[in-house]
Design a protein around this ligand. Sequence first.
Ligand SMILES: C[S@@+](CC[C@H](N)C(=O)[O-])C[C@H]1O[C@@H](n2cnc3c(N)ncnc32)[C@H](O)[C@@H]1O
Length: 443
Amino acid sequence: MISAQTARQAEDCPGLAARLAAASILNDIVARYHPLDECFSGTAILSRLAGLEPRDIALTRSIVTVALRRLGTIRAALAGLLEKGIPRQAAQLEWTLIAAAAQLLFLEVPDHAAVDLAVRATRLEAKGAPYASLVNGALRNLIRAREKILQESDPLDHDTPAWLAARWRKTYGEDGARAIAAAHREEPTLDLTVLSEPLLWAERLGAAVLPTGSLRLSTHTPVTELAGYTEGRWFVQDAAAALPAKLLRVGSGTRVADFCAAPGGKAAQLAAAGAEVTAIDRSAERLKRLAANLHADVVVADIVSLKAPPFDAVLVDAPCLATGTIRRHPDIAWIKKPRDIAALTVLQARLLDKAIELVKPGGMIVYCTCSIEPEENELQISALLRRDPGVIRVPIAPDEVGGLPELLNESGELRTLPLHLRAAEPRLSGLDGFFAARLLRRG
Ligand SMILES: C[S@@+](CC[C@H](N)C(=O)[O-])C[C@H]1O[C@@H](n2cnc3c(N)ncnc32)[C@H](O)[C@@H]1O
């Protein structure tokens, strides 16, 4: 939290408050594992971002986002420039340097402004003040070394945490891992799911229609200002995230349970297909948005202990490591830890078992995650098929995923990656990493 005196000083110096906020938020995310979106949510705006103009909040977010995307490159560059490392006595110094380096290396901020504001921010902290000239010198050296730093920066070896790089090399091979990490460098544009008349909306919004049916925006206009937003004619959903609900093949009147439904993208798709949706999630807070926008039965419950009459079909959108969404949420790479996988896989297996218990014989289940880690996906399904002979896998066909066989694995499961659907322009390329398997409970 910024003190009242610091806040007054920041007010007198344009741009300083944004730099102070960026450094504090980076600390919150990387050292204290707060998710990026929460740091910029309504409640957070009352703390770190209090009193900032919308323009400064946008700048703060740009600094934080690019710093997270390129954190390894920035840390390696600073380590090379500070012989004795970053002084640990001044708590905020590391984050002030990282925020400044992010501006100097990756944003179009004038060099003198980035350096000057970092030096001022350092002076504002009592324990930082003695290091103001160190900060000044290090950042000036960084400017001199900029071209070399950028040339040598490697997306997999620098900007991917070592444990994730090792996992992806093992699962996707050297080339696959490199292509995934390279895709994380660029913030992708938004995809939309249109509930009806996609061609009309594509024309109105100047968007491309992807082979899978989603629209891909090329405009930089904020979504809230686009035609059809207020009327709810479409919603933002990555093209890969739009596939699992379609794979359930529901029709008019199908009674579907949407396990882990909030905030409700997939529930909206199921409802638009005519299904009678029971949307279940343990987060009452996250379900509020769904309940406001959708005609569905909304149930706040822990699914593991849920009792209900059987459904015709179940969608399980399981909580997961979310490593498939790092392009859009670069904080995931730094806040998730290898130890998280064990607890998640136990919960995912329980959710799958519950789905089988609550689907009618002959009923369909689609299990999906936005993770690219095999334990949460391919291995989770093969373990289920071994322990429950009452369930079979129903392979997905290429024509169900836009005629793109590269989105399916050998078992007929969906496996999308950020390296898929490549386009010339990086921001118009790629898909979130999603997995989905379709299962049938034997009759
Ligand atoms: C991947 S998100 C779901 C996204 C959603 N299906 C959509 O398309 O918008 C995972 C959700 O699982 C919920 N969740 C996690 N564990 C749960 C449990 N044991 N019972 C019910 N919901 C749970 C979380 O609250 C979270 O909303």
